[in-house]
Design a protein around this ligand. Structure first.
Ligand SMILES: [Zn+2]
Length: 413
């Protein structure tokens, strides 16, 4: 009787303990499930960046080279503008439009030269834009001799000289879903010279902008703010195309037209990102003036702002945002920041909006010192470049696409 009466309470206590333990285990398990989900949500910006593709980037550069050096004021330049416009339309980029301006070659400087200044004993050697040139320097310049182009077909294609007159350039827009009244400008120049194919200068930057426009125009992509894609003309004559845009469109910024329509033909500029010569980083000329035939393994994307610009602080912040995007999204090459942005279309904007440029090298102290032997030469043709060169341009595209996607809060529907 005692045994029979005692047994059930012992059994019950044991069962209670087991059930309590199971409850604790269940609680712990469910807490773990909340802390560490099995699959984290994919980063939509990484997905967008992965839509960039080396073969497509190369194909777009190749497409641009069919118009030779695309020198401003020629039919081959106008044909290239038509082709770029047709591509942007085929990508579904919104509001493909042109601006028109006049270009007249400035008269050559005449008159007496002022008397030579006395040499300044404190002078520091200074490159264009303010950097200090160091190491081996080789000659740079623009080739104007057709006979230096050995490809006779290309020589013929490039033979029409520039004529003064009307010019056009094309742009299109990814319209922001919640802030269509604000925009980043992502740009490159489409004209070139030198009797080559302007494959690197600036087919590489133009193709980069076109590829980003293609991806951001895909129907499943949404951004809060707008992104304007612009392909300037007349960069090589002195930034005339980008200046025309800044002069004509700057005063229209942020105006809704027609009122109440929700349309902003020129959204307020938040930042300007220029791309110019994106592929060739083979290092400094050697002591004998030759250049390595290989992309150097430590090649990088050079993001430059100009420290003398009115909006240098904002430009620095924009440069670091792109640097961070490079760390996160670029697959092969890092980015470095410099303070000597010069001789490119972002100069037209740098006192109006925070502006930066991306390049294969620093423009002043490196390209200006002869680091790119194909610059403005007949050898700036598609066939000159290897996949490691094209890949540097693609990494710059990954950098800008990732950065602008973050700045505009891009996502996939
Ligand atoms: Zn250029």
């Amino acid at each position: 009787m005692v045994k029979i009466r005692k047994s059930p309470p012992v059994y019950c206590r044991l069962m209670k303990r087991i059930l309590a333990s199971l409850a604790v285990i269940a609680a712990v398990t469910s807490t773990h499930a909340q802390q560490a989900p099995a699959t984290p949500a994919p980063d939509p910006i990484r997905t967008l960046v992965s839509r960039l593709d080396l073969d497509r980037y190369k194909a777009t550069i190749k497409g641009l080279t069919q118009f030779g050096d695309r020198r401003q004021g020629t039919k081959r330049n106008r044909d290239a503008v038509d082709w770029i416009e047709a591509q942007l339309k085929s990508y579904g980029c919104a509001g493909v439009e042109r601006i028109t301006y006049q270009f007249t070659t400035p008269p050559p400087r005449t008159g007496n030269n002022p008397p030579a200044a006395r040499p300044d004993p404190n002078a520091i050697p200074t490159a264009q834009g303010g950097g200090r040139p160091r190491g081996t320097r080789t000659r740079t310049g623009v080739n104007t001799d057709p006979l230096k182009q050995p490809d006779e077909k290309l020589r013929a294609l490039n033979s029409e000289p520039a004529a003064d007159g009307e010019r056009q350039e094309v742009y299109c827009t990814k319209v922001g879903s919640t802030h269509p009244e604000e925009t980043y400008i992502v740009a490159a120049h489409m004209d070139g010279h030198g009797w080559g194919e302007a494959a690197n200068d600036d087919g590489s930057g133009t193709a980069l902008v076109m590829e980003i426009a293609r991806i951001m125009s895909m129907p499943d992509v949404v951004t809060d703010r707008s992104i304007r894609f612009a392909l300037w003309n007349n960069e090589e004559t002195g930034l005339n195309g980008s200046r025309a845009y800044a002069d004509q469109r700057g005063p229209l910024q942020g105006k809704e037209d027609p009122p109440g329509s929700g349309r902003y033909p020129e959204p307020k500029w938040l930042g300007m990102i220029q791309h110019d010569m994106m592929m060739f980083d083979h290092g400094m000329p050697r002591a004998d003036g030759t250049i390595s035939p290989e992309q150097r393994p430590e090649a990088d994307v050079n993001i430059e702002f100009q420290m003398t610009a009115k909006l240098a602080d904002g430009a620095k912040a924009l440069a670091w945002a792109l640097h961070a995007a490079n760390e996160k999204y670029a697959t092969d090459y890092p980015a470095n920041i410099g303070s000597r942005m010069t001789n490119t279309d972002s100069t037209s904007f740098m006192d109006l909006v925070p502006s930066v440029s991306l390049r294969e090298n620093e423009r002043g102290a490196q390209i200006g010192n002869g680091w790119d032997p194909h610059w403005h030469q007949p050898t700036d043709v598609f066939a000159t470049f290897t996949d490691n060169d094209f890949k540097l341009g693609l990494n710059a595209a990954q950098t800008t696409l990732g950065g602008v996607a973050q700045l505009t809060n891009a996502r996939i529907k």
